[in-house]
Design a protein around this ligand. Structure first.
Ligand SMILES: C[S@@+](CC[C@H](N)C(=O)[O-])C[C@H]1O[C@@H](n2cnc3c(N)ncnc32)[C@H](O)[C@@H]1O
Length: 193
C-alpha cells in the first residue's frame, strides 16, 4: 500500500474511533440512555402512535420538553411530518440526541436544543403540539413549565405532558415493565390551549 493511502486509512480509523469515544462518553454522562434504549425502548413507538391517534397532529412544529436523547421525538417523527424540537436542560442529553438523530437519518426533522422547560427559547404561539414524557417530575417549578407549554402553543393546540407508559403498548411488554418497575402509571390526558 502507498504511504498516502496508509495515511488516509489511519486518518479514517482515527475519525471512527473519535466518533465512538464521543458517543460513549456522552452515554456515560447521560445514564438514562441505557433505560431509553433498553427495556423501555418499546414504549416510545407506542406512545407516538397513541399521540397521533388521540390528537391527529401530523405536521407543523412539535416541542418535546425534557426530551432527553430524543427517543419519543424520533419515534414520532417516523410516523408524522412534524419538525420536532427536543429541548433538554442536560447538555450531554442534547449532544447525544444529536448523534442519535444523525445515525437515524433524521437531521433537520428532529432538532436537539439545550434549554429549561420553565423558560423555553421559543417565541409565543410557535408550536402545533407540545409533548413531554417523564420530565415534569423534575421541574422545580412545574406551573412555570405548564405556563411555558401554553405560551408556545398556537391557540387551540394540545400539550401532552406526563409520565409512564403508553395505553397502546403491547400487553405482554406492559406487564413485564410494570412488574420490573412496580408501577402501573400511564401517561395521562391532554392539556388544551
Ligand atoms: C427521565 S428523563 C426522560 C427523558 C425523555 N423524555 C424520555 O422519556 O426518554 C427526564 C429528562 O428531563 C430532563 N429535565 C429535567 N429537568 C428539566 C428542565 N427543567 N428542563 C428541561 N429538561 C429537564 C432531564 O435532563 C432528563 O433528560
Amino acid at each position: 500500500m502507498r504511504p498516502v493511502a496508509l495515511i488516509l486509512l489511519a486518518l479514517a480509523l482515527c475519525a471512527t474511533v473519535a466518533c465512538a469515544d464521543y458517543k460513549a462518553d456522552l452515554i456515560e454522562q447521560y445514564p438514562f440512555y441505557k433505560t431509553a434504549t433498553g427495556d423501555f425502548a418499546p414504549v416510545y413507538p407506542a406512545l407516538a402512535q397513541q399521540i397521533v391517534e388521540d390528537y391527529g397532529v401530523t405536521e407543523g412544529i412539535c416541542i418535546d420538553m425534557g426530551g432527553g436523547c430524543g427517543s419519543l421525538a424520533m419515534a414520532l417523527s417516523k410516523i408524522t411530518d412534524l419538525t420536532i424540537y427536543v429541548l433538554d436542560i442536560d447538555p450531554a442529553a442534547v449532544r447525544l440526541c444529536g448523534v442519535l438523530v444523525d445515525e437515524a437519518g433524521l437531521r433537520g426533522r428532529v432538532i436537539p436544543i439545550e434549554g429549561d422547560a420553565q423558560n423555553m427559547p421559543f417565541r409565543n404561539r410557535f408550536a402545533d403540539l407540545v409533548i413531554s414524557r417523564g420530565s415534569v417530575f423534575f421541574w422545580p417549578d412545574q406551573l412555570a413549565g405548564l405556563k411555558e407549554a401554553y405560551r408556545v402553543l398556537k391557540p387551540g393546540r394540545v400539550a401532552f405532558i406526563g409520565g409512564g407508559i403508553s395505553r397502546v403498548l403491547d400487553q405482554a411488554i406492559k406487564r413485564k415493565l410494570v412488574e420490573a418497575r412496580g408501577t402501573s402509571k400511564q401517561t395521562g390526558g391532554p392539556t388544551r390551549r
